[in-house]
Design a protein around this ligand. Structure first.
Ligand code: NAP
Length: 323
């Protein structure tokens, strides 16, 4: 039997409600074919919420899989899927926002996205997306101009909802001061080992839905430890509940009123990651999780090459770590 996934209504009225767990569609290195096959497997498992970005280069295979699922009758129509994509830092300039969304829509072969996010509160000189970013290429972020262009995307019906990602309360303050349409979502790194209490409290008060990336501790790109999957507290809770560590983490995030975006390209794990709605953690589990030492993985510095200097911004202004 297909899992029934709860949905959350976003503040922008014409947006489709957001399914309470999303599939992350980012894998390095990957091939379009792996992504297409994984998204079809996710649709079969019951996923209806997908998270990509222009940076990930997976918009095209995601769109192909959704079109194929519609042809095969797995989806009644594209409207059944909730699709998010993101604006990369090199495009965070008022005149580049709409063309960037149009390019994403061409890749996705879609008329609209359900959610369009500013990927980072960082603006880089226009040019190709390269890693690591050169510090001297970072320029001041034009919150008013970029957000007005995001609002235009929404007004044109090309983005049913608009929002941000990796924004701290400082960045949100700057955005809210100039916004006519408030952001519907802030997507941030969040899991039991980085609980984002400050950002969540702020977003709850402002009616901004928080979505959680790296809900399972993230992919092992740098060969570093995974604090979620290796947590002794989560291991113990998983054993006691007869669940996996991944499920405990996803369930905890869901219980916080946050939507986890978990990446797996494996059929069994996709299924497992949706099976979090018919059981709950105990108060004792929640207390233990609240006491887990906090460690954030992704920082602004992780975007940049170690050499070079910032010439027109200060690092604290673009930092995304907030206790
Ligand atoms: N806004 C941002 O700046 C930002 C940053 C990072 C990520 N994201 C988004 O968030 C998504 C998820 O974050 P993430 O990719 O960093 O990490 P994640 O979802 O926390 O972890 C993914 C890793 O966990 C493994 N995994 C998945 N399900 C599992 C399970 N049930 N048991 C054991 N291992 C499991 C996956 O391997 P397999 O695939 O082999 O199963 C993969 O290596 C991304 O795909 C992307 O869409 C956004």
């Amino acid at each position: 039997m297909a899992v029934v996934v709860p949905e959350a209504v976003l503040r922008h009225g014409d947006a489709r409600p957001m399914p309470a767990v999303g599939m992350g569609v980012a894998e390095y290195p990957s091939t379009p074919e792996r992504t297409r096959v994984a998204v079809l497997a996710a649709l079969e498992a019951g996923f209806r919420h997908f998270d990509t970005a222009s940076l990930y280069r997976t918009e095209a295979p995601l769109g192909e899989a959704i079109a194929e699922a519609t042809r095969r009758g797995l989806l009644a129509s594209r409207e059944e899927a909730f699709v998010t994509t993101k604006l990369w830092c090199t495009q965070c300039h008022p005149d580049l926002v709409l063309p960037s969304l149009r390019e994403s829509l061409r890749n996705l072969q879609m008329e609209y996205v359900d959610l369009y996010l500013i990927h980072w509160p960082i603006s880089v000189k226009p040019g190709p997306m390269v890693f690591p970013v050169k510090k001297e290429d970072v320029v001041p972020f034009d919150f008013g101009g970029v957000w007005r262009a995001m609002e235009e995307c929404h007004r044109l019906g090309l983005a049913k909802a608009i929002g941000v990602s990796n924004f701290t309360t400082k960045h949100l303050d700057k955005l809210l001061a100039v916004a006519t349409i408030l952001p519907a979502v802030n997507q941030v790194e969040m899991n039991p080992t980085w609980q984002q209490r400050t950002v969540r409290e702020y977003c709850d008060a402002k009616g901004i839905r928080v979505t959680a990336y790296s809900p399972l501790g993230g992919q092992n790109w740098g060969g570093s430890a995974n604090y979620v999957m290796e947590s002794s507290v989560l291991t113990e809770i998983a054993r006691a509940r007869g669940k996996s560590i991944a499920q405990v983490s996803l369930r905890w995030i869901y219980e916080q009123g946050v939507t986890p975006i978990a990446k797996s390209y494996r059929k069994e794990r996709l299924k497992e990651n949706l099976e979090i709605f018919d059981w709950e953690l105990t108060d004792e589990d929640r207390l233990k999780i609240s006491q887990i030492p906090q460690r954030k993985r992704v920082t602004a510095a992780s975007l940049f090459s170690p050499d070079g200097e910032f010439t027109s911004v200060d690092l604290p202004d673009i930092e995304i770590v907030e206790e």
